[in-house]
Design a protein around this ligand. Structure first.
Ligand SMILES: *Cc1c(COP(=O)(O)O)cnc(C)c1O
Length: 405
């Protein structure tokens, strides 16, 4: 899965270009930088690779979400509907702009359940934020229809699904805006970094200024720029962008390997009738960063995870239900609104409500889910061995359950 598995001379060459000039800043220093504009080049590569009109790099995926929400005018009093299964960054970004995160159930696609979304809409709803978890997508046609009906913004958190598509279009380029993360464990990495993608010029212009103290970037130099609105510093550095530039060129190779290893593993697990797979709204668009699957009960799932662990296939298996980062169940700091400074009253009220919200539909799905991260360096033989160990572990817990019954 992560692009760091394939660091090599390409990353070193791009980094050295920057180090040799000493200009680590993405703006200005036109002479001394000797023609190297890594952040600009990476933005162009992103628009070309993913087929969007505009791309604005940021210092992280979290910063990309925050930037996008500012540019889309999401703020105090607005409700953003998002899934109960995501990474903490999604709600952090909503809170950071003063808006209210409204968490709703996922379905077996592991992302927003359109029926749950409909039920959560109020007069304050401003935005739907599907999170395309673990390499695959939400039902975007259904969500787009809801947005149209209720005049809502669609913001795609595509941080985990770089290279995935839906009906031929890149994930992250389908809504009003979309984001990728290039943090250390993502499909392509800059070390830290992120991007907002959009086809809307106004949204892009606001992202461009917001990430750089509100600069309009129209002056003859930085000192001559005007500041049409308040911004912050969410810039990416030239060093980070340089790594990303080498990585994005390798993306087709990463995706090809993921497809091969994913298919091999899935074919093996498919032989066990009790295993079912994640629902993928457009199967051909799965980036295949993970293979996500279910067992019939929580007990069997727990037993299978333990058995696989005993077999030494640790790193490949995340058990989301018990995990502190990705699922509502363990987000006590959110449910208790534990912030370093005061949240606004609307946020306080909404977060308190999360303590008693019924997430049993999500629980029933997440407690049976196992996601296996697909390695880029696995050989055919190694993939086979992993698959065999997984199948053996599942069969062992299934037969123990039968004997125990
Ligand atoms: C990684 C990630 C982000 C952004 O994370 P950063 O580490 O800030 O780049 C946002 N949403 C999801 C779903 C993610 O997995």
């Amino acid at each position: 899965m992560p692009g760091f598995e394939f660091f090599g001379d390409e990353e070193r060459k791009e980094l050295n270009d920057v180090l040799e000039t000493g200009i680590l800043m993405r703006y200005g220093f036109d002479g001394p930088r000797k023609g190297h504009w890594k952040a600009k080049e990476l933005e162009t590569a992103i628009t070309e690779t993913f087929g969007c009109t505009y791309a604005q790099l940021t210092s992280s995926g979290t910063a990309a979400l925050t930037t996008a929400m500012n540019a889309l005018n999401i703020g105090y009093g607005d409700e953003v509907i998002m899934p109960s299964f995501t990474f903490v960054a999604s709600f952090e970004a909503v809170l950071s702009v003063g808006a209210v995160p409204v968490l709703v159930d996922v379905d077996e696609s592991l992302t927003l359940n359109p029926d749950a979304v409909r039920k959560a809409i109020t007069s304050k709803t401003k935005c739907l934020m599907p999170v395309h978890m673990c390499g695959s997508m939400a039902d975007l046609d259904a969500l787009k229809a809801i947005c149209k009906e209720h005049d809502l913004i669609l913001l795609e958190d595509a941080c985990q699904s770089i290279g995935g598509t839906y009906k031929g279009k890149a994930l992250g380029t389908i809504g009003d805006a979309g984001t990728f993360s290039f943090d250390f464990v993502k499909t392509i990495t800059c070390g830290e970094g992120g991007v907002v993608m959009t086809n809307n010029k106004d949204v892009y212009t606001k992202c461009d200024g917001y990430t750089d103290h509100g600069h309009d970037h129209l002056g003859v130099d930085r000192g001559a720029d005007l500041h049409p609105f308040i911004g912050y510093n969410y810039r990416i550095s030239e060093l980070h962008a340089a790594v990303g530039l080498a990585q994005i060129r390798k993306l087709p190779k990463f995706l090809e390997i993921q497809k091969k290893n994913h298919t091999q593993l899935k074919n093996m697990l498919q032989q066990v009738t009790e295993v079912s797979f994640r629902v993928i709204p457009d199967e051909s668009g799965d980036s295949r960063t993970f293979l996500s699957w279910f067992l019939p009960t929580e007990e069997l799932t727990r037993a299978a995870v333990a058995e696989m662990k005993a077999q030494g296939i640790l790193a490949g298996n995340f058990y989301w239900f018990d995990n502190n980062w990705h699922y509502i169940r363990k987000w006590d700091h959110l449910k208790n609104s534990t912030a370093l400074n005061r949240l606004n009253p609307l946020q306080e009220e909404a977060l308190l409500k999360l303590r008693t919200t019924d997430f049993s539909v999500s629980d029933a799905i997440m407690s049976r889910c196992i996601s296996t991260a697909i390695g880029l360096t696995w050989t055919e033989e190694q993939t086979k061995e992993k698959g065999e160990k997984m199948v053996a572990a599942i069969k062992k817990v299934l037969s123990a359950a039968v004997v125990g019954a």
